[in-house]
Design a protein around this ligand. Structure first.
Ligand code: ADP
Length: 547
């Protein structure tokens, strides 16, 4: 239920109602009875009887209203009609010419106006007018002049009407103020609601505290990040949010910001959970600044989010750059040394064969660098690949054919045979990315050719789980059990001297792993030292209908 401080509660209303009834009926009854007793000579016996009947009726009705029998108080039209009849008959038939009791009618005008507005007011004053008209016939004699009628009716009616209107006007002004106040309270409530839904829809945690750090407001994300579902109301921020810096020193956020009196933004703080787990935080703490001399409590707004993932990506990137630059340094140094050596030999005489040896060595390193740059660019493409990867309908047999064409010569030049085998289970087509499949297989085949001294390289193709499976099998140097686990790591090259006989960057299979992730492919390695290796890749059909 909406809480409205300006609306009285039902209970209070009832009590006030009873008190009014008691006062209205009680005081009026006592006043009329004592008036008759005091001024006994003025009233005839029949008048007294008539008045008594009215007073008794009025009293009985008072009891009914006091006890709220038949829910009479819920029907103002009912009791207002009764009052009008009682007063009209009472004043019309029994009152003296000028009586202050007539001003009782002001109460009727007030209540009628309250419930029925202007129309009620006009109706009630018309009844008053008729009552006075009736009384005038009773009280004035045949010889009375119109002036006397006007005096009798006009003065009393006019006085009551003017006072009534005056009160109503004053009441209307108060009512307007009250309505304005209620309106602006509603507006404030609406603003607050709007603000609450705004901060609740935010992904960042938001907490607002007072000057001492006592939490006054927070959103759902704050609870989420702090990993609690209890209320934070009136708890101190220091108790619910344990923040440390890089050197594990506990930080009092409020004190730091209070000291500087300006907002603090940081990505170097960590949030520590009760179980000791830590996450990296983006933190923004701003003091609430109020305009000059505003006497409202100040405080702080703290917004924060978990940036552990971004942080680890950043760290990985930094590490990668340092490893790449390290890997590049050696070949560049060798290239440079060999070229300057060649220059030196040329200056000293013309030992052409020594120059050639140096240039060959430099050329080899330059080729290595070109390879590495190639791998790095494929890698960066694979990292971005998810964004622009297109799937298409591809023919596995066609891929097999083009690989065979490309690598037969290369294998032959090393004295190796290249075999292909396509199983009948191979589907006619699948949905995937042709370029990525080719790059993956190229890496496997190049390695097989590179790390095999004699024998053969066989490419096998079959259908599996709605997709296809390629296997590249060689009769090469093989990979030890422990190395098998690491071949897909970046910059990994086996320590085996036979591996080191041929150049390589250690990035080929790492790139392959990234590419496989893009097309949801998975690879397995089977190998035995000195016997050979088989790299198998399962490529699923990415057509959603075939899944
Ligand atoms: P590289 O440029 O060194 O070939 P890769 O990432 O392609 O880098 O391969 C990583 C390492 O895995 C190689 O250095 C080699 O030790 C091992 N390896 C990969 N394929 C084979 C294979 N067919 N036979 C033997 N060793 C292999």
């Amino acid at each position: 239920m909406k809480h409205d401080p300006l609306h009285l509660s039902e209970r209070v209303k009832k009590i006030l109602n009873r008190l009014t009834v008691l006062l209205f009926h009680g005081v009026l009854t006592i006043a009329i009875v004592s008036e008759i007793l005091l001024d006994r000579s003025f009233y005839s016996t029949s008048d007294v009887m008539g008045i008594l009947v009215i007073v008794i009726l009025f009293g009985v009705f008072g009891v009914i209203r006091y006890l709220d029998l038949y829910k009479v108080n819920n029907h103002p039209i009912l009791y207002l009609t009764v009052y009008h009849i009682v007063f009209a008959v009472g004043f019309g038939a029994f009152s003296p010419a000028y009586t202050p009791y007539l001003f009782i009618w002001l109460i009727l005008l007030y209540i009628v106006n309250y419930y029925y507005g202007k129309q009620g007011f006009i109706l009630s004053s018309s009844v008053l007018f008729l009552t006075l008209l009736g009384a005038s016939f009773r009280l004035l004699t045949n010889t009375s002049s119109p002036i006397e009628y006007i005096q009798f009716i006009g003065v009393q009616f006019g006085a009551i009407l003017i006072i009534g209107l005056f009160f109503l006007e004053t009441e209307a002004v108060g009512d307007k103020d009250r309505r304005l106040l209620l309106g602006s309270m509603d507006k404030a409530q609406l603003e607050r609601q709007r603000l609450m839904s705004l901060i609740n829809s935010m992904g960042d945690g938001v907490i607002s505290t007072d000057e001492r750090g006592v939490i006054k407001l927070y959103n759902a994300s704050a609870l989420n990040i702090l990993d609690t579902n209890g209320t934070l109301d009136d708890r101190n921020i220091r108790d619910v949010m344990a923040v440390i810096d890089q050197s594990a020193k506990v930080i009092d956020l409020i004190a730091e910001v209070a000291e500087k009196n300006t907002n603090m933004i940081s990505t170097d703080h960590l949030l520590v959970y009760p179980d000791g787990e830590k996450i990296n935080l983006y933190l923004n703490i701003s003091p609430i600044k109020l305009s000059f001399q505003q006497n409202i409590e100040r405080g702080y707004i703290i917004s924060f989010r978990d940036i552990t993932h971004e942080k680890s990506l950043e760290e990985e990137r930094n590490e990668f750059i340092s490893v790449v630059s390290h890997e590049l340094r050696t070949p560049i140094a060798i290239t440079e040394a060999n070229i300057s050596n060649a220059q030196f030999i040329v200056e000293k005489g013309n030992n052409l064969s020594a120059v050639k040896t140096s240039l060959d060595a430099a050329h080899k390193q330059a080729l290595f660098l070109a390879n590495m740059i190639n791998d790095l660019s494929t890698l960066s493409r694979a990292e971005r690949g998810k964004l622009d990867m297109k799937t298409e309908l591809i023919d596995p047999r066609e891929i097999m054919k083009s690989l065979e064409e490309d690598y037969t010569e290369q294998a032959k030049s090393k004295g190796l045979e290249l075999f292909t085998d396509i199983d009948d289970s191979t589907p006619v087509s699948i949905t995937s990315n042709r370029l990525y499949i080719r790059e993956i297989l190229q890496n496997f085949i190049t390695n097989s050719v590179k790390y095999t001294k004699q024998g053969s390289v066989t490419i096998l193709l079959s259908g599996k789980d709605g997709g296809i499976e390629f296997a590249v099998r060689d009769t090469g140097i093989g990979i030890s059990k422990s190395d098998q686990k690491r071949v897909f790591d970046k910059f990994f090259r086996s320590e085996d001297f036979r591996t080191r006989e041929s150049s390589g960057t250690g990035l080929g299979l790492y790139v392959t792993k990234k590419l496989m992730r893009l097309i949801n492919a998975t690879a397995t390695v089977k190998s035995k030292l000195n016997e050979g290796s088989t790299f198998t890749v399962l490529i699923p059909n990415l057509d959603p209908e075939k899944k």
